[in-house]
Ligand binder design. Structure first.
Ligand code: SDX
Length: 432
């Protein structure tokens, strides 16, 4: 057993500890401080958890220094080139690639669970057409727990597969219905003769009054985008799913909390914020160099959305693949989007600028993804919902891994209190 010696000298109290050191399969090291408070009365303070590993996990590996991302050991470049979102979801949730029979079985189960209860359709009537899809999606996912009460028992592992399958399949239908509601078009039901991603395209963009051809190119790039978003170790929304699940909340409730956590512009909401940033630059005619200068001025409040990352201090490997796909898709679709040119010019300017280089700020997964979603016809406020759809198998895999660990306890961080020391209640008449 590796160990680290820790000597603490606090207010004349000396503690000498031998703390276990955990070494991960890729050589990452962690000092295990689980016994620290019991042995010293002292806790560690690490707001935003930049120096804290919350768990051991065998699902996803990120090397932020070298821009490496692997799902269950397989590089995303290979999955992006050879796999489908269904197969990658199976890999993340079950820990290995499926054989032919397993993949077919998984696909069929997803096909057979795509309908939502007809009573759920009426929920959509209550939303204004301007409702953000993430508001609807988080509510709908949590509402699934009302229709599958058996799933409320998170400890019932027999129900995990069917519950995960229902989530993976129905999230497409709920997202598509939210979009149709926003544009006043009739809901298009899923079709059992279409693949997972082809169903998404058909439910979003077809209308009942005429035949619709699902473009294989769109299905291909959607598979790639969803694969690249599928998991990313202990990010904000995944940690939220684990936190909520650690209280033994059911899978639907845990995932709904992850959807809400993803929504923020610092996290999954950045893909929408990037497009708004590019549109503002385009509409204002402001030069890219001028905008980049404004970003460097702390008082401007301007941020380079889609840039920077807590873990990647190099180019986000997903951004590299998405940027190439954006070029490919836009030329295939014959689209010349000025926002793509602006994005490339911003990247060029930032990567040569010491402000960004010194802070190791590079494009992240959100910088180019919105350009593709725009070209595919998605409205901007659907981009984060697509991120949630892609991230769903990762959230499910992480929730499962946590629930399967017999050592899992409820997550309950400590704090350091900085408020008033004890003081007396003052009756109302005696107050100023
Ligand atoms: C995702 O965690 C994950 O894995 C997330 C994700 C996933 O797959 O789950 O990868 C998905 O959320 C990607 C990130 C999407 N968000 C954005 O693109 C929003 C813009 N980026 C940031 O706000 C920021 O970079 C974060 C939130 C991504 C990371 O924030 P950190 O790690 O807390 O870094 P920080 O805010 O402390 O910044 C460090 C320095 C600061 O400057 P100084 O105080 O040192 O002078 O870098 C600056 C920041 O001002 N900085 C930026 C910047 N990001 C950081 N300056 C301008 N533009 C930016 N985008």
């Amino acid at each position: 057993m590796n160990s680290a010696k820790l000597s603490l000298d606090i207010e004349g109290q000396r503690h000498e500890l031998d703390l276990p050191v955990i070494i991960g399969s890729e050589g990452e090291k962690a000092v295990d401080i689980r016994g620290l408070r019991k042995n010293t009365g002292v806790v560690c303070l690490d707001p935003a958890f930049g120096n804290t590993a919350s768990t051991l996990s065998a699902i996803t590996y990120i090397d932020g220094e070298n821009g490496i991302l692997r799902y269950r050991g397989i590089p995303i470049e290979q999955l992006g080139e050879h796999s489908t979102f269904c197969e990658t979801s199976y890999l993340l949730i079950n820990g290995r690639l499926p054989n032919r029979g397993e993949l077919e079985g998984f696909r069929n189960r997803l096909t057979m669970h795509s309908l939502i209860h007809e009573d759920m359709k009426s929920f959509f009537n209550g939303y204004p057409s301007t409702a953000h899809p993430m508001a609807i999606l988080s509510a709908m996912v949590c509402s699934l727990s009302a229709f599958y009460p058996d799933a409320l028992d998170a400890t019932n592992t027999e129900l995990f597969d069917i519950t995960a399958t229902r989530l993976m399949s129905k999230i497409r239908t709920m997202m598509a219905f939210a979009y149709k509601k926003s544009i006043g078009q009739p809901f298009v039901y899923p079709r059992n003769d279409l693949t997972y991603c082809a169903n998404i395209v058909n439910m979003l963009f077809s209308v009942p009054c005429e035949p619709y051809h699902v473009d294989e190119e769109i299905v291909k790039v959607m598979n790639l985008l969803l694969i690249l978003h599928a998991d990313h170790e202990q990010n904000c929304s995944t940690s939220t799913v684990r936190m909520v699940g650690s209280g033994q909340a059911n899978l639907f409730a845990s995932i709904a909390s992850g959807i809400c956590a993803l929504w923020g512009p610092r996290h999954g909401g950045a893909n929408q914020a990037v497009i708004h940033m590019l549109e503002r630059i385009h509409a204002s005619g402001e030069s890219v160099d001028k905008y980049v200068e404004r970003v460097k001025d702390k008082n401007s409040g301007a941020r380079l959305m889609g840039f920077g990352h807590r873990v990647y201090k190099n180019y986000d490997p997903r951004a590299l693949l998405i940027k190439k796909a954006a070029d490919r898709v836009l030329s295939k679709l014959g689209i010349d989007d000025p926002l793509l040119d602006i994005a490339k010019r911003i990247e060029e300017a930032a990567l040569e600028d010491s402000y960004f280089k010194d802070r190791r700020l590079y494009p992240n997964v959100d910088f180019y993804s919105g350009i593709i979603y725009r070209a595919l016809g998605f409205p901007t406020n659907m981009f984060t919902a697509m991120f949630a759809l892609g991230r769903l198998p990762g959230w499910i895999a992480q929730w499962k891994e946590m629930n399967e660990d017999p050592k899992t306890r409820i997550s309950r961080p400590r704090q350091i209190y900085t408020g008033h020391t004890v003081r007396e209640y003052v009756p109302l008449d005696d107050r100023e």
